[in-house]
Design a protein around this ligand. Structure first.
Ligand SMILES: [Zn+2]
Length: 291
């Protein structure tokens, strides 16, 4: 097992297992990483997303989804106005498409060539193929960076966040959301929860590791938020009728608490590149306070 991608420690403890693959938890900082080589994981991920491409096209260009993107963009615009946007993990370009319509100048990076190619040829979007840390991006350039459900797929998350920090202009903001390994859902369902899957999600975050990674990358954390509770394994399907009502009632106190305890199934971090240079910590500095 390689050193921890966040703190470089090499002291691992076994964590969740699923379908013959397992996660390991860093004893030093609490980061959870799949026990797979990055190359093998990236190959698995690439084939999964190639297969899903058509359904992503349908979903991300659906008018309701586009309206949701618009609401997120309006939220970002309240902080930095309309300017230059970088999307990490742009997929087939649905979010960039919505942003361009609102006047943003947009660039995406996307490691799955089949998705990036579709966004370029069918939507005329500037989506570059590769991982963000491998692409020569403009420096000090973007007003905002955005990544929805992407951090859990990265094999070098700190390298990616550092690349984001370099690409943002001083005062520019980044927004990322990801799976919360410290959520009520993870605690109750463990690997029965579809998001806990070493073959699909390389790393699993907590509010603490997410905050720490941003800080180490040279970003200043503005807020960390969390929401969403799931109490039933995905394999059981959605409850109906009375069962659904009871499910909702059971979830209510946890859903309300999740906003304060940061134990919802999704965590999101809004961070900012400091207006005057704050240097990223050197690689190898231990990360304190495991959660
Ligand atoms: Zn660590």
């Amino acid at each position: 097992m390689r050193p921890c991608p966040l703190c470089q420690a090499a002291d691992w403890q076994p964590s969740w297992e699923k379908a013959g693959e397992r996660y390991m938890r860093c004893a030093s900082c609490g980061f959870i990483v799949a026990d797979l080589s990055p190359v093998r994981f990236e190959r698995l991920n690439e084939s999964t997303f190639e297969e899903l491409r058509e359904s992503y096209i349908e979903r991300s260009y659906d008018p309701r989804r586009q309206a949701r993107y618009e609401r997120r963009l309006a939220w970002i615009e309240r902080r930095v106005g309309v300017g230059r946007l970088l999307e990490v993990g742009a997929g087939v370009g649905g979010f960039l498409h919505a942003a361009r319509r609102r006047g943003w100048e947009v660039v995406g990076v996307e490691p799955v060539a089949a998705c990036a190619h579709w966004a370029r040829t069918h939507q005329g979007l500037d989506v570059r193929v590769g991982s963000i840390e491998s692409i020569a991006l403009e420096r000090d350039h973007f007003d905002a960076a955005y990544g929805h459900a992407v951090l859990e797929h990265l094999t070098d998350p700190l390298g990616a966040l550092r690349a984001v920090a370099r690409a943002l202009r001083p005062g520019g903001v980044s927004w990322f959301d990801t799976v919360n390994a410290r959520s009520y859902s993870a605690e109750r369902l463990g690997p029965d929860w579809k998001l806990i899957d070493p073959a699909l999600h390389y790393c699993l975050w907590t509010p603490t590791t997410l905050r720490r990674a941003c800080e180490r990358a040279g970003l200043e954390v503005v807020t960390v938020r969390s929401h969403g509770v799931r109490l039933r394994a995905n394999a059981l399907g959605r409850p109906r009728g009375l069962a659904r009502g009871l499910d909702e009632v059971r979830k209510l106190p946890l859903s309300a608490a999740a906003r304060w305890t940061l134990r919802g199934e999704s965590i999101a971090v809004l961070a900012r590149r400091p207006a005057r240079g704050v240097r990223p910590e050197p690689v190898g500095t231990a990360v304190a306070a495991a959660s």
